[in-house]
Write a protein that binds this ligand. Structure first.
Ligand SMILES: Nc1ncnc2c1ncn2[C@@H]1O[C@H](COP(=O)(O)OP(=O)(O)OP(=O)(O)O)[C@@H](O)[C@H]1O
Length: 226
């Protein structure tokens, strides 16, 4: 089966001054259905890797194949379409649109799927019900708790049935009960066959993933089994 992610010598430097190699050439394969944690101290290169994996940035060397598609060959527009259709993002600070309801936030994520509006609305509601928010469809983010906001973000990330769920410190702004609820959601998504990559500095979050890679000073290495 085609891996979801294949990195071949992927690297990112910044010209500076001073010049910085944020990510040294790295190889990584993530198979469909894997649950991978990426850990590393502050400044190690986690965000740099996240931006590359999320097609939000382009590498200075090496290749990234997503779902068998060589991303280096794509135009900016095709990269955006690929990102919109195949990657679901969950960020630490939720990134919801403040003046739109939960349902509208999830609806708006579907600009890249060509379903009719009624179907998109039905999908948005189903995604919100899936994360236990069927009763808060019309709520504005400001009226939701942090845990509820993150569950709206998860519904938004899922609504296009992405190949990859890319999560950046997803529990970083949550209390421990809400963090557990989000991690439980990730477990069930993993059980359903979703591919998850979770970037975190929290060992308790990483411990939930089946596999961990570590970044240190821009170098990626497979972590030993705990
Ligand atoms: N746009 C940029 N220009 C120059 N240097 C950069 C840029 N972005 C990141 N860096 C440098 O690359 C290195 C890796 O940064 P990165 O943000 O990926 O680390 P991180 O592991 O995500 O850190 P944190 O956990 O604190 O967010 C750092 O030395 C950083 O200063």
């Amino acid at each position: 089966m085609t891996p979801v992610i294949r990195l071949d010598g992927l690297a990112r430097s910044f010209a500076g001054p001073p010049p910085v190699t944020a990510l040294h050439p790295c190889d990584l394969t993530v198979e469909r259905g894997e649950y991978l944690a990426v850990t590393g101290p502050s400044g190690s290169g986690k965000s740099t890797l996240l931006h590359l994996l999320g097609l939000l940035d382009t590498p200075t060397a090496g290749g990234y194949t997503l779902d068998g598609i060589d991303t280096a060959r794509l135009t900016d527009r095709d990269r955006s379409t690929l990102r919109g259709r195949r990657i679901g993002f969950v960020f630490q600070s939720f990134h919801l649109i403040a003046h739109r309801t939960a349902e509208e936030n999830v609806l708006l994520a579907q600009v890249y799927n060509r379903a009719p509006r009624a179907e998109r609305r039905a999908r948005a509601r189903a995604a919100l019900r899936r994360v236990g928010l069927g009763h808060r469809l019309d709520a504005l983010p400001t009226t939701l708790s942090g845990g509820e906001r993150q569950r709206v973000a998860i519904a938004r990330a899922l609504v296009n049935r992405p190949s990859l769920l890319l999560c950046d410190e997803p529990t970083g702004n949550l209390d421990s009960a809400n963090a557990q609820a989000v991690l439980d959601d990730f477990d069930s998504l993993h059980a359903e066959g979703y591919t998850l990559v979770v970037i975190t500095h929290d060992p308790a979050v990483a411990a939930r993933a089946g596999r961990t890679v570590r970044i240190r000073d821009g170098r990626l290495a497979e972590a030993e089994e705990a």
